[in-house]
Design a protein around this ligand. Structure first.
Ligand code: UN1
Length: 509
């Protein structure tokens, strides 16, 4: 429609070249420039960035330690107002951020819109929540005493974010950490440093002091490991692979320091269970949306469709038919359904998986690659049929769907097999039988369950998002328990009968 066409024109008009550096007051300019190219066409240069070196990391930590008490002492309403102002600015500059998400991360325009919207939602949600959560809570106690429980920032928080949500998850982690009174060092994924840089500059413009929020693009060893092993870091928020989360956990545990807090959102092996009462059209539409939106590069994406044998032939045939209609190509075009994968490494892993499937699975379909995709890192969406979920030994982070048939009497075994993957993030259920839905909901050890709809795109404050087991530590992002995890609790008990000076403290209670 006209509005979308107007947006597409504004996206087109965004600057052709971008650059990023560490944002660390007092640090020298850092090392050699890294070039960024467009995932849809690797010949197209998007910009360049400078990685932080060890001295810059050290400077950032020192700054963050000094800055934190002042930020923590800033009234929570002021902190929240700044974050809300940042949300307004982000909304105003939506086209520019969508352009960056498309050119640096290969996001389609609808994904780009959702990305900016989610970042705005996170900023407003945690700001709003902080306003009430940080008011000291009076607790009942004996006469002559006042007791209050209050939240405070933990200290220096490190936020390590993924390339698949380079703005939304990036801004969400930072917003919660800042709202709670922490100083923040943000380390973006190396694949998406330009988006992160623009977001941090916007937060500074909104009023976050430059030493309270610092930006450290760089690699996992020089920046990530140096930060997470440092005793000055009170907590880490991380979204990415389960293996990296384990490495961070080990690094933090090995420090001769306070026991830090790790908030990790990690991988999945997400299933969609469909019994014979499912509506096939709805099922196939939702399965494909869940598996192939964002080129399958969501930790929430459906990887396995477990379908009751009675309807399996029909569903498999419809999947093949629908996949033939997918438009795979330039994400900057409104007509595109599936864009590129993030980089050559991602494509290689998917190609490896496809080669493995060739020998062990039954091929169902491959979506046709569109014109002009030969210079990008594209992986044609594919579907195979497997005998068992055990054939999937890792999370395949891309547009790859696997179908498995089951008999009606195997329903509990199906859920147990999903649980046995060790992951527990999203689960889709397609069934029109309430008892079946309830039975699966009760038995499944997963974080987010979606019934008779797609299983991606959790909305902030509406569908708190996060998994269990190897899918993450919780608490769920965009839910009521996330922000308090970034804070520490202080219980203040005052003897109100004591003579003298502490009467003014009574306002606490
Ligand atoms: C991720 O893909 O890293 O519900 C997590 C969704 C998103 C997933 C975010 N919130 O699709």
């Amino acid at each position: 429609d006209a509005e979308l066409a107007e947006l597409a024109a504004q996206i087109q008009a965004a600057p052709a070249s971008w650059s990023a550096t560490p944002l660390v007051p007092g640090a020298q300019a850092a090392g050699p420039a890294v070039e960024v190219t467009n995932p849809a066409d690797r010949r197209v240069r998007v910009g360049e960035w400078l990685a932080a070196d060890a001295a810059t990391v050290e400077r950032a930590l020192a700054n963050a330690v000094v800055a934190q008490p002042g930020w923590d002492a800033t009234p929570v309403a002021s902190r929240a107002t700044i974050l809300e102002h940042a949300a307004d600015l982000l909304e105003q500059r939506m086209p520019q951020f969508i352009a960056l998400c498309t050119r640096e991360a290969g996001k389609t325009i609808p994904d780009g819109v959702a990305e900016v919207r989610e970042a705005v939602d996170f900023l407003r949600y945690y700001a709003g929540q902080a306003r009430s959560a940080f008011v000291p809570e009076a607790l009942p106690g004996p006469t002559g005493e006042s007791n209050a429980l209050q939240l405070a920032g933990r200290g220096v928080f490190v936020c390590i974010s993924p390339w698949n949500f380079p703005l939304a998850i990036f801004a969400g982690q930072i917003a919660a950490a800042l709202a709670a009174g922490n100083s923040v060092i943000a380390k973006p994924a190396e694949q998406t440093t330009l988006v992160g840089f623009e977001a941090v500059k916007l937060l500074h413009e909104a009023g976050i002091p430059k030493d309270v929020l610092q930006y450290l693009p760089g690699d996992g060893a020089t920046v990530g490991a140096a930060l997470t092993s440092d005793p000055r870091v009170a907590g880490v928020a991380f979204t990415g692979s389960t293996d990296t989360a384990r490495a961070i956990n080990r690094a933090m545990a090995a420090r001769d320091a306070a026991i830090g807090v790790l908030i990790a959102e990690t991988g999945g092996q997400n299933a969609l269970i469909a019994d014979s009462s499912a509506l096939p059209e709805q099922l196939v539409k939702d399965a494909l949306a869940s598996a192939f939106t964002s080129a399958g590069q969501r930790c929430s994406a459906a990887r396995v469709l477990l379908v009751q044998a009675d309807i399996a032939d029909k569903v498999v045939g419809m999947i093949a038919g629908a996949m033939a209609e997918l438009t795979v190509g330039d994400p900057a075009l409104l007509s595109t359904d599936v864009g590129p994968v993030i980089d050559t490494d991602a494509k290689c892993l998917l190609d490896e998986h496809a080669a493995r499937m060739q020998g062990t699975a039954t091929f169902i379909a491959e979506a046709p690659l569109g014109a002009g995709t030969e210079h990008g890192t594209f992986f044609a969406p594919r579907a195979w049929e497997l005998a068992s979920i055990d054939q999937l030994t890792r999370e395949n982070f891309g547009p790859a769907l696997h179908v498995i048939r089951f008999r009606a009497d195997q329903l509990d075994a199906v859920v147990d097999a999903i649980n046995a993957t060790g992951f527990g993030l999203t689960l889709g259920i397609h069934s029109r039988i309430d008892e079946t839905v309830e039975r699966i909901v009760q038995r499944a050890k997963v974080g987010n369950i979606y019934v008779n709809r797609n299983q991606i795109g959790a909305v902030v404050g509406v569908q708190p998002f996060g998994g269990q087991n190897q899918s993450g530590t919780g608490p769920k992002a965009g839910g009521p328990h996330y922000l308090p995890r970034f804070a520490t609790e202080k219980t203040v008990t005052i003897n109100t009968t004591a003579a003298g000076g502490n009467a003014s403290l009574l306002t606490l209670g």
